[in-house]
Design a protein around this ligand. Sequence first.
Ligand code: SF4
Length: 288
Amino acid sequence: MRCPLLFRFRVIDRLPEPPSPVALRGTLVHSVLERLFDLPRGERSQAAALALLPQAYADLQVKDPRLPQMMADGVVEETEWLAEANELVKAYFTLEDPTRLIPEARELLVEAPLENGLLLRGYIDRLEVAPSTGQVRITDYKTGKSPAPQYQGEVLFQLRFYALAIWRTRGVIPAVVQLLYLGNRDIVHNEPTQGDLERTELKVLNIWDGITDMARRADFPPVKGPLCGWCSFQAQCPLFGGTPPPLPADGAAAIGIADVTGEVTGDVTGDGSGVTGDGSNVTGDGSL
Ligand code: SF4
């Protein structure tokens, strides 16, 4: 939606990107919040959450060896980085009381095929279902700050994208979809209607049409914007004096376009790419 060339570099060329300390910190905080709900309800205190941090950190170091390497190289100052993660975990408790929540799922993989075969796929951080009414609430954590007013529309689209994926997989329109911004202790929420979700689906399909058109024309134009500040590919971007590598011969196949005559199957993954002050949501952390 922001820059077709960036999409191409990431999804079609699959160019490697350097690890982002901010994104890794987000992964750590997500891991702590996921583990928090393993505890009995009455034990989900702030102190208990902070006590989960060392093990989550140790596990992340094993899972992603780039992290200890960044520490060793001095790219990241460990004490400061962990202190920031600590503050984000504390911030969570100013937004919600986890002792009142009974999640049905955490880190829920959702795969929702649309009518044309396009597959929406992503992860939802947390999902609750009200026992009495069956109402669904979706929660996603953001470790950055809530967006400036000019990006509110994009956030709304993201919220409804989550709701659409649930509607198409469970047949239930979520009553509430919310983003918890730990960076500035803010909540953005939405109560989508069926009309909202139908319009969102149309928009997703239009985006996909745009992608397939660009793939067939082998032309993904760069679009300068706030993302450029955090883009790993300025050296390959014509707007910054770079030259893109040739488009891979199997580029269309890489995004699931079987042929140039029609049938479309693919995979659109929402990556939470709202731009925030510290760029923590720019890279996408695998959450829907
Ligand atoms: S530098 Fe900006 S315009 Fe160029 S690919 Fe990255 S996001 Fe797009």
